[in-house]
Ligand binder design. Structure first.
Ligand SMILES: NC(=O)c1ccc[n+]([C@@H]2O[C@H](COP(=O)([O-])OP(=O)(O)OC[C@H]3O[C@@H](n4cnc5c(N)ncnc54)[C@H](OP(=O)(O)O)[C@@H]3O)[C@@H](O)[C@H]2O)c1
Length: 331
């Protein structure tokens, strides 16, 4: 099969399209024929090996332990491991696998769910990591409720475009932060108010507004700025925020939030999304109810995966980018 491979950490230009052996599913896995693979920002971290703690977490210190990239996927099950009882060859699925920038990939059965019937494969492939991150950030950590004032930074990105729709679906009053060229997009997703961070303060009019929940995905506002923009009992949920820091890559803010949290009335939280089928099923239901539609900027053939990653890295993506394999999609 064809797959994108990388043997050294570095820029997207080092990625190669190669003929490699098809993976074999472990007992608890399914082999999926990949019809589409979503790109989430985490892929850039695995590609570059930055920030460095990612290498120490078992991904290979000098060179990547696995040459394959890509986690989100949608496709058709071709084979299942001996312990998988709830999936069969022919099932259309979406979720999170390993090395999904390829014609086939393995995924734990527990990280797959039936593809929403009303979505295309590229749309379903966009849901995995980004959809779960948005859902859990707002529902579990932000404890969002109808009528709450919610601000979302990075609202035009992969996670943010899901978060805006979910916050609106939960009945919140949504303020979305993005750059000028993307304000139309976030409005169309259901944002009530839009802050253009190229023209005004990221958190709105120098902190004049107060929000019950801030889902912070970009821009790295300081903890004091976040707290200033929150109501006295408000919650800031830090999902991410890229910096060029090679050691901490912005995670120091998350660490400091955890340390400060016990001493303040507001809630300062950070989290890593939990990859579980239960929540993939929630996303599926929301999609089928018409409350959530993945916002796809562009799809790329497998051979152009590097171009897709460069597009994301340059901050040009509006919503999600998706890779589709070269070969025909029927077995
Ligand atoms: N906690 C977790 O488990 C988890 C899971 C997935 C992702 N993440 C993290 O969440 C963050 C967002 O991920 P993503 O996949 O949505 O990334 P993305 O698709 O690249 O979107 C990030 C958005 O940030 C905005 N942005 C960039 N620079 C900015 C600045 N200086 N000020 C304000 N906004 C800025 C961009 O929008 P504009 O062009 O409109 O400015 C961009 O759309 C990343 O840090 C990622 O690593 C965390």
């Amino acid at each position: 099969m064809k797959a994108i491979v990388h043997h050294t950490y570095g820029p997207a230009g080092l990625l190669e399209l190669r003929e490699v052996e098809r993976p074999r599913p472990a007992d608890d896995e399914a082999l999926v024929r990949v019809h589409a693979a979503g790109i989430d920002r985490g892929v850039l971290h695995f590609m570059t090996g930055l920030p460095y703690p990612l290498r120490l977490a078992g991904n290979g210190i000098r060179t990547p332990k696995s040459p394959y990239l890509g986690r989100e996927l949608a496709g058709v099950v071709e084979e299942v491991g001996s312990k998988v009882t709830d999936l069969r060859p022919g099932d259309e699925v979406f979720g999170i696998g390993e090395g999904t920038f390829a014609e086939h990939a393995c995924a734990k059965a527990a990280k797959l769910a039936p593809k929403p019937v009303n979505l295309t494969f590229p749309q379903a492939a966009a849901l995995g990591v980004s959809g779960l991150t948005a859902l859990q950030g707002l529902r579990d950590h932000g404890r969002i409720e109808p009528g709450r004032h919610v601000l979302i930074t990075g609202a035009s990105g992969g996670v943010g475009t899901f978060a805006v729709q979910l916050a609106a679906a939960f009945g919140a009053e949504v303020t979305a932060v993005c750059r000028t060229s993307k304000t139309d997009l976030v409005h169309s997703l259901g944002a009530d108010h839009v802050i253009d961070h190229t023209r005004e303060d990221l958190l709105g009019a120098q902190g004049k507004h107060r929000y019950d929940v801030i889902l912070d995905l970009a821009g790295n506002p300081s903890l004091s700025r976040l707290r200033h923009a929150l109501t006295p009992k408000g919650t800031a949920v830090i999902g991410g925020g890229e910096t060029s820091g090679r050691w901490l890559g912005g995670y120091d803010r998350q660490l400091r939030a955890s340390l400060l949290n016990p001493f303040v009335a507001q809630q300062l939280k950070s989290y890593i999304c939990t990859e579980k089928r239960e929540d993939l099923l929630v996303l599926k239901e929301l999609c089928e109810a018409g409350k959530l539609t993945p916002s796809i900027d562009r799809t790329y053939p497998l051979a152009e995966t590097a171009a897709a990653l460069q597009h994301l890295e340059q901050g040009r993506a509006r919503g999600k980018l998706v890779v589709v394999p070269l070969a025909p999609t029927t077995p």
